[in-house]
Design a protein around this ligand. Structure first.
Ligand code: AMP
Length: 420
């Protein structure tokens, strides 16, 4: 037998129903915020991703050379592809441009629960605005999408990278030092951050103050820390506007300010946010987003951009771990010919139902009534229609309610009305 490649999954009909349900709720929520769906290719030129994230990204990619000698990569995310699309074909579109997508992504990650080599993202980009209302709405949309799909327990964290980097600047931390600190901050290893700051020659009290700011969710404390004339003053004012709108106009009060959000990616600028599902344990991050700059790097005319990506598979896992009851799909009718002579008529009845928009299936194995009924109940059909010669003489069939077992004879012309 052939093995499924490491880090990939097969999706059963039951799981697929859950996924389709979640996808539809997400899609309609994007639509209610005025976003329009797009699609980009599964593979792109390798350069698109190395331009954005540097050569080291190749380690994390599925990349290959095609028969024409082109260096390509399966996309690890969709922001770079969407911005490539924008620069190539959409720059003249009226602003702001609100785009969303669903797409499989590929990363040479170490697989574990909630971390796969092939996984799906639902995400969006808003191009052409950097107002506080645009950002507040973006955060609200991410939060609403996850609420609408049915998640109860969510943690929304909001940060600001300009504030963080201006604090770094104040302590004269070099680019290399910042690079060293970033993953430590990202992993909330604040003791290590403190030790590193001391190693960099930062005074004890300053190192203390900085590590405290990284851990506080009190915006007042951050305000006190940021001195007048500090470059981050403006960003802090903007951040306050965003959270004010989020709370007062968009009804989202359940958030935390978190200065230690750095996001793995160097192209983020300014606002950043993350949404976590605490029920998930280790791989609990469901959504990451913020404002970023990529357009100029890709050769376009600079305009503000922001967006987020939701981990689709993790959203399903989080719903399952919260015990969410997914709506299940049920076949409306299963048609059973009593003997081989009834097959023609049964097929006709089945097809007629389908034409009327009723989901209908029929026994294709020529088994008896009892085996067919067993099968109908195993596929969770709502009703069975038994087609027998005696009933047929009167243009009738027997309809059986699969929940109650109750049976009645009905005219063939009335079937649709009854099963609907
Ligand atoms: P990122 O593009 O890394 O910010 O990822 C956005 C979201 O995609 C994360 O918050 C996760 O929910 C999800 N995600 C990222 N990597 C994986 C993976 N290897 N497997 C499953 N989901 C992932």
């Amino acid at each position: 037998v052939y093995q499924i490649p490491r880090g990939t999954r097969d999706i059963t009909p039951e799981e697929m129903q859950k996924r389709r349900y979640v996808e539809e709720v997400m899609r309609s929520t994007f639509n209610t915020f005025g976003y329009r769906e797009i699609q980009t290719p599964t593979f792109e030129t390798l350069e698109l991703f190395t331009a954005k994230s540097g050569e080291t990204i190749v380690e994390e990619l599925y990349s290959f050379t095609d028969k024409g000698g082109r260096e390509l990569a399966l996309r690890p995310e969709l922001t770079a592809p969407v911005i490539r699309f924008y620069v190539d074909k959409l720059q003249m579109e009226p602003k702001p441009l609100k785009l969303f997508y669903f797409g499989n992504c590929y990363r040479y990650d170490r697989p574990q629960k909630g971390r796969y080599r092939e996984f799906k993202q639902a995400g969006c980009e808003i191009i052409g605005t950097d107002t506080s209302e645009a950002y507040a709405e973006l955060i609200a949309m991410a939060y609403n999408i996850l609420k609408k799909v049915g998640l109860k327990n969510l943690e929304l964290n909001i940060g600001e990278l300009n504030i963080l980097s201006s604090i770094f600047k104040r302590f004269n931390l070099s680019k290399d030092q910042q690079k060293y600190l970033t993953p430590l901050i990202d992993k909330s290893l604040f003791e290590d951050v403190f030790v590193a700051l001391k190693d960099f020659g930062i005074k004890n009290e300053d190192a203390n103050a900085l590590t405290e700011i990284l851990q506080t969710s009190d915006i007042k404390k951050i305000e006190n820390f940021i001195k007048d004339g500090d470059a981050a003053k403006k960003e802090l004012t903007e951040l306050k506007k965003i959270i004010d709108l989020l709370e007062k106009s968009l009804g989202i009060k359940n958030y935390k300010i978190k200065m230690s959000i750095v996001r793995g990616l160097d192209y983020y600028k300014g606002l950043v946010f993350e949404i976590e599902a605490p029920s998930l344990g280790a791989e609990k991050q469901l959504c990451g987003g913020g404002a970023y700059e990529l357009i100029r790097l890709f050769g376009g005319k600079e305009t503000p951009t922001a967006g987020f990506a939701i981990g689709f598979d993790r959203t399903i896992l989080a719903l399952e771990s919260e015990g969410f009851k997914f709506p299940t799909y049920r076949l409306d009718v299963f048609v059973i010919p009593v003997n081989d002579d009834m097959i023609k008529k049964s097929l006709e009845i089945t097809q007629n139902l389908r034409n009327q928009g009723v989901s209908a299936d029929l026994d294709l194995l020529r088994r008896g009534i009892s085996k067919s009924l067993k099968y109908a109940s195993s596929i969770n059909a709502k009703k069975a229609i038994i087609v027998g010669p005696k009933e047929l003489e009167q243009d009738k069939v027997t309809i059986r309610d699969m929940n109650t077992g109750k049976q009645e004879m009905v005219k063939i012309k009335d079937i649709t009305q009854i099963v609907k």
